[in-house]
Design a binder for this molecule. Structure first.
Ligand code: GTQ
Ligand code: FE2
Length: 364
């Protein structure tokens, strides 16, 4: 489902060679005729059914330093207006020939909002999430529910939910956005519309309505919730707070070898990922520990909330510091080594691969 052009069609050069090989005039004429008819011979193609995934996206890390400095400069230079209504820097995978995507299936970006700025309401079919690597002060309105955003929080913006971002604080704030946009684009299913014009800043409760209703107590969900809520394919809990995530990771560390813990963010009302296209997980690797090497199908976008160390990605070693974002392309070998305790947020398109029977994972 790569959004870039297919890798199986013969290149113009290959097509010339193909003609050359077809020295017989009949065959030569035939190749000309099928090309005219917009048909292509499978017997001349290669690279279509490969033994393992051939992935255009390459492993890459965007350093916190670059992300912060360059987003802050956009904050100085580029206003937020209707039309271009988000101040967003998309991470462009060096393997994708300039496409503004972190992989063939996912969009990842940093978004920067100055004090007193508003990114106006809209909605779209691609699903999105925000993860806050640093700071606080912004709230996002999700279909009218104000959700305060702070360090370590995961905020969902599921498909077709209106969202607008407000920064009533006195300091700028930046956060990570991940969307399933390239996947939805490859499926020719992108819709977008602007929302009602923004309201004045309102008082924002530290706990959104969604949290008070669906995140009140672990394993406790309301009865009598309308079918409209249950029929939606995403979690009705739209924010997962760092305090709970942190406490859960600490608790999980008491089990196993105590060197690492991993949790999955989940729909509290059903055994499902938070959104139909995006899985979210958080991993803690204790300083001094090295994880097993793993590979899985689908893209993983990883963000370092805390700690330092290195990640091995398909034979490439990258150093990690708080605020760094890296991509693990499909089926790429991945191994973490923590120098100081690493907390790494990961989101992936795994629910899509699982739904289609395409998810594979191998741990060495
Ligand atoms: O915050 O609404 O990174 O619509 C890309 C598209 C963020 C957003 C992005 C978006 C948004
Ligand atoms: Fe959006």
């Amino acid at each position: 489902m790569s959004a870039t052009s297919g890798c199986w069609a013969p290149t113009p050069k290959a097509r010339k060679q193909l003609r050359y090989r077809a020295a017989e005039p009949d065959l030569d004429a035939y190749y000309g005729d099928i090309e005219q008819a917009h048909l292509q011979p499978l017997w001349e193609m290669s690279g279509l059914l490969t033994p393992t995934p051939v992935v255009k996206a390459v492993p890459y890390r965007w350093s916190a330093d670059n992300l912060q400095k360059l987003a802050a400069r956009a904050g100085e230079l580029v206003p937020i207006d209707r039309g271009g209504d988000r101040r967003v820097l998309a991470m462009s995978n060096p393997g994708l020939g300039g496409a503004p995507f972190i992989s063939g299936t996912l969009w990842a970006a940093v978004q920067f909002l100055q004090a007193a700025e508003v990114a106006p309401a809209h909605r779209h079919t691609p699903g999105a999430l925000r993860f806050v690597l640093d700071g606080d002060g912004v709230y996002t309105l999700l279909d009218g529910d104000p959700v305060a955003m702070s360090r370590g929080d995961l905020i969902l913006t599921p498909s077709w939910v209106y969202h607008e971002h407000h920064n009533p604080s006195s300091a700028p704030m930046m956060w990570l956005d991940v969307l399933d946009l390239p996947m939805v684009a490859a499926l020719d299913a992108v819709f977008f519309e602007e929302g009602p014009s923004e309201e004045a800043d309102q008082s924002v409760s530290p706990r959104s309505a969604a949290e008070r209703r669906f995140g009140q107590g672990p394993g406790l969900v309301p009865t009598g919730v309308s079918a409209a809520v249950h029929d939606r394919p995403h979690s009705p809990l739209t924010v997962y707070r760092w305090a709970e995530t942190d406490a859960t990771l600490n608790s999980l560390l008491e089990f196993g070898d105590g060197q690492q813990a991993e949790l999955r963010y989940r729909d509290p009302t059903r055994d499902r990922d938070v959104m139909p296209t995006l899985r979210c997980e958080m991993r803690r690797v204790v300083g001094g520990h090295t994880t097993a090497t793993d590979q899985q199908t689908g893209t993983r976008v990883c963000a370092v909330l805390d700690g330092t160390g290195t990640v091995q990605l398909g034979g490439q070693e990258l150093s990690l510091a708080p605020g760094d974002v890296f991509v693990v392309p499909s089926w790429c070998e991945h191994q973490l080594e923590a120098t100081s305790t690493l907390d790494i947020f990961t989101t992936s398109d795994a629910p899509v691969l699982e739904a289609l029977g395409l998810f594979r994972r191998k741990v060495a």
